[in-house]
Design a protein around this ligand. Structure first.
Ligand SMILES: [Zn+2]
Length: 270
């Protein structure tokens, strides 16, 4: 599942070419035909990312909700007319037939959720989400309060979208390594300073992820000059998919936590 930085980046990139334009909306595959008809030829006003959710606000009041889930993927084609759909395209949005601006086509395949909602239905989804560190309106106190009252392991809590929105398996391992917290420690046993570290680190890492377009948490000072090639999985991170700790040389531990594999250093995160 893409983590929050990917979703915010999609909102940003699609926003540049689709917002404040009237869109032709269809479902080449047919599964979303009724929903597409509700927003076809409507003007898209804004695209909003909240955790792993995307909301497209149309002038008529309809809200398109997309959650990519495990298999969902967007394609964005700029500067050319619509192409023949490849594969099962659930949703296609085309800009450029109603204004003189450059055309753009967005195709969506395989999402977990793709539905047209009312503003109230959007509010119901947002109401179930914890604060998103990538949003300027996020309230860190809501996160701190939720962590302070739970006996669950902090590593499991970080994957709970109702506590903090947008964190996935890579970032949880990296955030807790950076804050030197064992992922198996109970939320309520963390100090205020530790909880604040988790929030601030999550915010910094996710913002960097939006900028970089991928997850690189490792600091060049720990591994020497960055290789010219793109780092492989387990090279751009401190704990995630590592065998040996970059900082202290200990064997990285690996175990199930929150139904996903978790990695941590027994020495750096004790
Ligand atoms: Zn270590």
């Amino acid at each position: 599942v893409p983590e929050g930085h990917t979703i915010h980046r999609i909102a940003r990139d699609q926003g540049r070419v689709l917002t404040r334009r009237r869109l032709d909306v269809t479902s080449p595959q047919g599964r979303f035909a009724a929903g597409a008809a509700l927003i076809d030829r409507e003007r898209l006003e804004r695209i909003e990312a909240y955790g792993k959710h995307l909301f497209y606000g149309f002038a008529g009041g309809h809200v398109l909700h997309v959650h990519l889930g495990l298999f969902g993927v967007f394609g964005l084609h700029k500067g050319a007319g619509p192409l023949d759909p490849v594969g099962a395209v659930r949703l296609r949005m085309v800009a450029g037939r109603h204004d003189g601006r450059p055309p753009a086509t967005v195709d969506l395949r395989g999402p977990t959720a793709c539905a047209v909602l009312t503003p109230d239905e959007r509010m119901a989804i947002v109401g179930r989400l914890g604060p998103d560190p990538l949003r300027s309106d996020a309230d860190p106190e809501r996160f701190s309060a939720a962590v302070a009252r739970t006996a669950r392991a902090i590593g499991a809590v970080l994957l709970d979208q109702s506590v903090i929105a947008g964190i996935g398996n890579v970032y949880r391992a990296e955030i807790l390594f950076a804050c030197r917290i064992d992922p198996r420690r109970s939320g309520r046993d963390l100090s205020g300073v530790e909880v604040r570290c988790v929030w601030d680190t999550a915010s910094a890492m996710l913002h960097k992820g939006v900028k970089d377009g991928r997850i690189v948490t490792i600091d060049g000072g720990d591994v020497g000059p960055a290789p010219a090639r793109r780092p492989r999985r387990g090279e751009a991170t401190y704990a995630y998919h590592r065998d040996v700790c970059v900082r202290c040389g200990s064997a990285i531990e690996r175990y199930e936590l929150g139904a996903r594999t978790c990695w941590s250093c027994p020495v750096c995160q004790s």
